[in-house]
Ligand binder design. Sequence first.
Ligand code: OXD
Ligand code: MN
Length: 622
Amino acid sequence: MDPKHAAVLKGKLDAESLARLEALGNASLHAFVADAVELCRPETVKVLGDGEADLKYIRRRAIDSGEETALALEGHTVHFDGYKDQGRDKEVTRYLLPKNESLGPNLNCIDRQAGLDEVRGFLAGAMQGREMVVAFFCLGPCDSPFSLSCVQITDSAYVVHSEHLLYRTGYEQFKRVKGNEFFRFLHSAGALKDHVSAEPDKKRIYIDIAEDTVYSVNTQYGGNSMGLKKLALRLAIRKADRAGWLAEHMFVMGVHGPRKRVTYFTGAFPSACGKTSTAMIAGETIVGDDIAYFRAIGGEARSVNVEAGIFGIIQDVKGSDDPVIWRVLTHAGEVIFSNILVKDGRPYWLGMGVEIPKEGVNFSGKWHIGKIDTQGNEIPSAHRNARYTISLRKLANVDPKFDDPQGVPVGGVIYGGRDSDTWVPVQQSFDWAHGVITMGASLESETTAATLGQEGVRAFNLMSNLDFLAIPLGKYINNNLKFAEGLKQAPLVFAVNYFQRGKDGKYLTGMRDKAVWIKWMELRVHGEAEAIQGPAGWIPLYDDLKKLFKKVLARPYTREQYVEQFTLRIPENLAKLSRIRRIYEQDVSDTPPVVLETLVAQRERLQMLRAAKGDYVSPLDL
Ligand code: OXD
Ligand code: MN
């Protein structure tokens, strides 16, 4: 180790920690750790390896530090985030922009030097009297073309504990890292009061694209504090842009078709819009529920789950709808609950299908029914964005290829949002580019509690990846379009809508109907179901859906239901196209021309159909 770095670390690390750092032999890593120590001034520094003993150590520390509290069932703990720290904070998540560089008009940026001064100012001395933990993880399976090495430095045992459940540990993998080819994350929870970050006004999450480094301070909420989750996704999008692969906000799942066939799908849905519940459909197998990398390998689109666990929204998880997750959440085993209600050592959450106690402890501290906050708003028993953190390996339906270093071949890509009035429940695009543009790049969704701010507002969210884009939008779309050039056969592209409402405002489809749509998509990948050509894509035939409803859900499916659900709402579709066109014409400065051409062609098809058949066209009239 460089004597300069050794001098900074001297006296802070025990012999094992020092030996671990030395053994990595990476000067760039040593410099990062030494800089973090000099800046944050921790009392001690602990360097973790990959073994069970280190995991045990961090579990213990999370409890001893008060960041987690043990619940009644063995292995269950609860963590609370501050009252104003209950979701991803987009306002204060910014890119540090080097001079003479531009990320286009759509990303939240700050001048690099000004941002570094600000965030490093908040981190200065932030770990005094505390232990700093240095932990290594691998995004994607280890020893794979997809692997990306990361180091997380934090003073929060909760953050590292969560990451141990959510990612593959990567100390050994780090030995193969060359030079500075790794992502760096430096986090401090900042000043604490009752174990939660006490200075929300000084919350900052700054992404230094010049150094593949993320600084996060004065926050504990996982989406802001765990570098490996959405912060690493941003860095990965940039890396993928340079190297010709894709980093997406998508699940990966195995769909079980006829004759024991398994076809893999990936799917992009904005947060809290059915992504995890799709990946968890009964009878199918899950590879991952949140982030996927894609590479063209041997002319095939292949994908991995970047993660190894679920940081899932717990609201509405109930035994009847989610039996596999429910089992994990209600039996002994390692689970971190966050921002739920606790009463007598038991966790409660909204929509769990069980009577919720009228008092307990929640994200507001001691809680009772009717408690109001400083703004006069009633505080719910549990937060709507309350979460559970578990390892995927605990799930009975984990796909056998979950850890495959080559990933899984992708047969279909699905896009879906919270859309009350436009899209039909399922349709297939005409080809890759049509799907990427009119489905992925046209995704809109009503906002949810996963981010701070108003809920229920229709928002544009291309590929459900808008919050995490780290390159200009047009460039990102172009990368998606170009990806197919390296493939013998591009995956089919589908759009789904689980949130379509009828004239009376009621949902037109049931919670479990997605199990049918996915089987139809599986058949389409293999050319085993016919479809009707509409102006916006291919639509299922009634007879095929009827058979599938019977087989998959043992339920009748009437022609009336089909007609109501699959009637093309042309005025709504045209209005949506205008909204999307306006964004690409006015707000995005580098829109590829093919995007506008494709949207215009779709508008013309819809207008022609309207001229021939009116505003609302039954699928039986197509
Ligand atoms: C998540 C999110 O936590 O997208 O996955 O908010
Ligand atoms: Mn997500």
